[in-house]
Design a binder for this molecule. Structure first.
Ligand code: 5GP
Ligand code: ZN
Length: 113
């Protein structure tokens, strides 16, 4: 498996675990775009949001719940933050393993991109 996020899940690539349960893992982004930049991923390899099945779709809610919790822990819940899920080439997705970006700690553009 050459998926970078699967290797993080397996502990083969180091990362700082901020949260984990049986289905979800969260860690700092290696190339932060904001003072708070956390990635929330399913432990299971799902290539993108476009590939999620009906059975898997509750994972998105779980990931958002984890993001809200981590936003509070990072101290950006009151100041505000953004959750981003990029899907596919035009969506700007680089790592083909479903992930949610939690961005905060600075004023983000009012536009989504
Ligand atoms: P995408 O552009 O696919 O939505 O986001 C992928 C994100 O994964 C990027 O923000 C990138 O910095 C991050 N990333 C890529 N490789 C690694 C890694 O090995 N470790 C960590 N912590 N983040 C990574
Ligand atoms: Zn993967």
């Amino acid at each position: 498996m050459d998926c970078v996020f699967c290797q993080i899940v397996a502990g083969k690539i180091p990362s700082t675990t901020l949260y984990q349960d049986e289905e979800v893992l969260a860690f700092w982004d290696i190339n932060p775009m904001a003072p708070t930049h956390i990635l929330i991923i399913p432990k299971k390899h799902i290539p993108s949001l476009a590939n999620i099945t009906d059975d898997e779709s509750p994972l998105i809610g779980r990931m958002a719940k984890v993001a809200n919790r981590l936003a509070k822990e990072a101290g950006v819940s009151e100041s505000g933050y953004r959750l981003v899920v990029s899907s596919g080439e035009d969506g700007g997705q680089v790592v083909p393993h479903l992930h949610m970006h939690l961005l905060g700690g600075r004023k983000l553009s009012a536009r989504p991109c």
